[in-house]
Write a protein that binds this ligand. Structure first.
Ligand code: ADP
Ligand code: MG
Length: 356
């Protein structure tokens, strides 16, 4: 149904915005998600994990479980039309979902795409967007099976839902980490934030470095194969992907696992390109690395007793490199060992959609 323009009057039912009542910004994105977590389930369906992890997990069906994740990209919030080709928007819209499947150790199977597009938009643009989605579907063996389409007043919105599967006893949740577990990341952190700084004209870099950093932002790749390998090994205890920033996403593991973490500044993987960008543009390198977000690598934890076996497996399989950035600890805070060996707590400063 379409609401005629004449009825889109001034604020009425939604007028909390104009009053003194708390706003979404007061709650924050993660506070909001916590606030809706109760009273969500009313069917006897087999649910292993609802709201609160990278995917919902349903089942078991035989030895397998079903994984479902959904993510939306909104123009001017997640991408700016003039700074990313539509094909890459399509790629990214699918890949951020595939990254959530990777974070559970699963295999992606099916995708559903919902679109809101302005009437005046040339269909070539939307077809280019679909080329990006389909290219990634082909690359990762995913079937595009449906979706929904509507007009939007001015901006594009793309929402993708991906369905995947995993072996039940291989699934890695955010909640499995324990004090003492080693914390690993799969690759350099902050490159995507560096690329965004370049796209927004806040930093410049020589051509090759700039294009690598912009690529990290516009064309992230999901760590599906690595996620499967980690899950299949049965040696890890928890996993999440880096969408909002290292500290913010590690905090999700800490909160779900009722533990804290201590990471070492010296151990954080940083690319040469990002180091050079930060130095030449006077950017705070460790803010980019700790809070940058949208790198879509994986953070995972490995219990101390599995450490040697894990290293052996990585070496044998020539996978990685993986970077051991610290350990889980008792408590509920994240601390960082600075290069001068002082230890300070760090608050999650990563991306929050409602941050003031
Ligand atoms: P990710 O960054 O891994 O995509 P999010 O931070 O977006 O995860 O979401 C965290 C959890 O909250 C997920 O389980 C997600 O399905 C759930 N969630 C997020 N927004 C909503 C919403 N509006 N309604 C219900 N669940 C939500
Ligand atoms: Mg995620």
């Amino acid at each position: 149904m379409m609401i005629p323009l004449a009825h889109r009057g001034p604020l009425c039912y939604f007028s909390a915005m104009a009053s003194k009542r708390p706003t979404m910004a007061d709650l924050g994105e993660f506070g909001f998600i916590r606030s809706i977590q109760n009273n969500c389930r009313f069917s006897p369906a087999k649910v292993i994990q609802g709201i609160g992890d990278d995917c919902a997990v349903m089942g078991p069906y035989g030895e397998k479980v079903l994984l479902v994740t959904t993510d939306l990209l909104l123009e001017d919030i997640h991408f700016i039309r003039y700074l990313i080709p539509p094909t890459h928007v399509g790629e990214k819209a699918l890949n951020v979902n595939l990254s959530d499947i990777a974070a559970m150790g699963g295999t992606a199977l099916h995708a559903f795409v919902s679109l809101a597009v302005p009437k005046a938009l040339c269909p070539d643009i939307v077809h280019a967007l679909y080329r990006g989605i389909k290219n990634m579907c082909k690359k990762y063996g995913v079937d595009l099976l449906g979706g929904d389409t509507t007009a939007s007043p001015d901006r594009m919105l793309i929402n993708i839902t991906v369905i995947g599967e995993a072996i039940e006893n291989e699934v890695l949740f955010r909640s499995g980490a324990r004090p003492g577990d080693h914390i690993y990341v799969t690759g350099p952190l902050g490159d995507s934030a560096g690329g965004l700084a370049i796209l927004l004209g806040k930093a410049t870099a020589p051509d090759t470095a700039a294009s690598a950093l912009v690529k990290a932002h516009n064309r992230p790749r999901p760590f599906l194969e690595i996620g499967r390998m980690i899950a299949r090994s049965h040696l890890a205890s928890a996993m999440i992907d880096v969408s909002d920033g290292l500290v913010s996403d590690l905090k999700h593991i800490c909160d779900a696992s009722h533990a804290g973490a201590r990471i070492s500044e010296r151990a954080l993987p940083v690319s040469k390109n990002l180091k050079a960008l930060a130095t030449s543009n006077d950017l705070d390198l460790f803010d980019l690395v700790l809070n940058g977000g949208e790198d879509y690598g994986l953070i995972f934890t490995v219990p101390e007793k599995n450490g040697a076996l894990f290293s052996e497996m990585v070496e044998e399989g020539k996978k990685g490199p993986f970077f051991h950035i610290g350990n889980m600890v008792k408590g509920n805070t994240i601390e960082i060992i600075k290069t001068d060996n002082t230890i300070t707590p760090i608050a999650a400063g990563g991306f929050d959609h409602f941050m003031k």
